[in-house]
Every structure is written in structure tokens, then in C-alpha cells.
Design a protein around this ligand. Sequence first.
Ligand code: G6P
Length: 369
Amino acid sequence: EAAEKGGFEHFMLKEIYEQPKAIRDTMSCRIANDGTHVVFDELKWTPEDVKSIDKILITACGTAYHAGLLAKYFIEKIAKIPVEVDIASEYRYRDPLTDHKTLCIVISQSGETIDTLAALKEAKRRGARSLAVTNVLGSSISREADQVVYTWAGPEIAVASTKAYTTQLVALLLLSLYMGQLNGELDAELEGNILSDLMNVPDQCQQIFDHVEDIHAYANQFKEKEDVFFIGRSMDYALAMEGALKLKEISYIHAEAYAGGELKHGTLALIISGVPVIALATQRNVEEKMISNIKEVKARDAFVVGVVQEHDTEVAKCVDAIITIPKTSNFVVPIMTVIPLQLLAYYTAVVRGNDVDKPRNLAKSVTVE
Ligand code: G6P
């Protein structure tokens, strides 16, 4: 097993560090040689195929569901197709308005999650076309879906998903660009810019790894805490949910994610002196609003770690500590923002002496209801 870990103490850490390669592998086969546009040889859709989609339904569980929440922003902003995202176990048991004009996208690392598979079957039964985003060739979900987009993350062993998630984001962002290209909603220049930012990500990840000691220090600071809050707006809200999930699943610290604007509607009552708040503020269009949320929690004496894009001095001025993400566009930044959150969860679990790769009560793949 030590050999399989390739010199890392845990599979999770190894998989975190494999992300630059996994991201590169997932995107490179889907970007034209001149870097200007997306090509999906495995899909070969026509403009009509995309124009006939009325609505996209994304369904998944756990971390894959969180990737789906981000995909809603990608698809609606880029391809202008309405998207609903549903937890697979919820979708199955409501009376969903799914029909032949719906494209159902299921996301699953393993391709074996029972609820996701059942949701896919239900959407198909109602007439939807279907597409699976999965990491495992020949998995049950890949066989059930009409079409498959594989993430090329390689085997993921640790229960807490890391590289599967970031490659799902890459695949879903590329898919949004592909749909926007085909239905005419996407400006060619914007596509080129997003792709060039995306192609820089594998190298930029290194800048995050270079500051791993800072994250280690926060983990030491958080190890005795009972609660940690993650706040964010827009895409950062979806990331906040993933950050909170990572922390709770392996460190066993209670963690909650809130949309910045929701603080006033309840959560603020829980913010007392010294409570850690991870404030994700990478999205420029909502930065001012995030700053006012940060001030709200600072006024209650929370310990705030701001997560910002490089050179963002406005947020830096009002937080206690800062994690910096290399500069890129709003669409691409989530792929990197999650990495320090994964590392924070990892080191917090390590300093608490937990079994990082096999957290209590959890399984890698949930194949029973
Ligand atoms: C389990 C795993 C999670 C994963 C979820 C969905 O709960 O512990 O890490 O996100 O299942 O798995 P899937 O294979 O469908 O992505």
C-alpha cells in the first residue's frame, strides 16, 4: 500500500497533488489544437441537438452533487439553458417535470451510486435524453446513460473525493462551452479566454501547493474548534458547501455552508468570539456584498479566513488571515479555490489523528439505499 501512495502519507493527499495532471488529462483531449474552441468527439452534437433542449436536469449525490451546483452557473451563464439541480435521492421520490425536451446530466465518480443510477433510470423513463459524467469506464451509470463524458482523474481511493470533483468541474465547464458554441449563445472571444485560463490551471495549482504551510497552520488553529462556517456568494456558495462537506467528513468538526446573504436570516446568531469563518470571496461581481458579510461576522469577533484571488487587497483589509488563489476568470477560479479547502480538511483531520482515507461510517461508493 505504501508503494501505491507514492511517498504520500495518505491517498487523499496524493490525490490532491494529482489534480494538475488529472485536470490536464480531462481537458486536453477536448480543446482544439489552436486552443480556441472545445471539441467533444464523444458527443458530436449538432446545433439542433442543443437547441431542442428546453431544460437541463442535473442529479447526483455528495461531492458530485456539489459539482452539479456549480455546473448550473456554468451552463446558465454560458449556454443560457435553464438548469435544475437535484440530489438524486430527492429527485427519485418527487414528481419531477421531466420530459423528452429535458437533458438529464448525472454526475458520479464511481458510476455505481444507487440513487444516482435510479434517478437516471427515472429521468429516462420520463423521456429525457441522458448524459453521464463519470470517472469509471464501463460502470453501471456509464452503461445506462445515452452518452458519456469521462473525467480522466484516474483511480480515486480516498473516501473524500478531491480530483474527481475538480475534473468534474472541468468537464462540466467544457460541456457548457460546447453547448453555448452550438446554440449560438457563446461569444467566440469569451470561449477563447476561458480556455486559455483553463489551460493555465495545472501550472497555477503549484502556487497553491507552495503555500501549503499556511493551510497547515490554520488546521492547527482549528483542531479544537467545534464549529466552522463557510460563507460565499454565487459560485463561491456552491464551493462553500463542498468545503464544509470535506471538513466534516474527515475531521468530524461540525461545518456548515451559508450563502453570504442568508447570514442575517439565522446563522449570525451562532457567530460568537473566535468561531472560524472561511469567507470565499473570489467572485468579483459580488465582492462588495461579501465584504459586508465579512464585516458582519467580524463585528461578532469571528476569526475570518478570506479566500481571494491574488492582489485582492479590499477583502484582505478586513479579514484575520488570507488564502490566495492565482488570478484567473470567474468561471475558472472555482477549480482552484477548492484545493485549499481540501488541504484544510486534510490537515485538520491529520492533526486530530483521524483515519483520513477511511473516515468513520462512510463508504467510497454507496451501492445500497
Ligand atoms: C459517497 C462518497 C462521496 C461521493 C458520493 C457520490 O458518499 O463518500 O465522496 O461524493 O458517494 O459518489 P459518486 O461515486 O456517485 O460520485
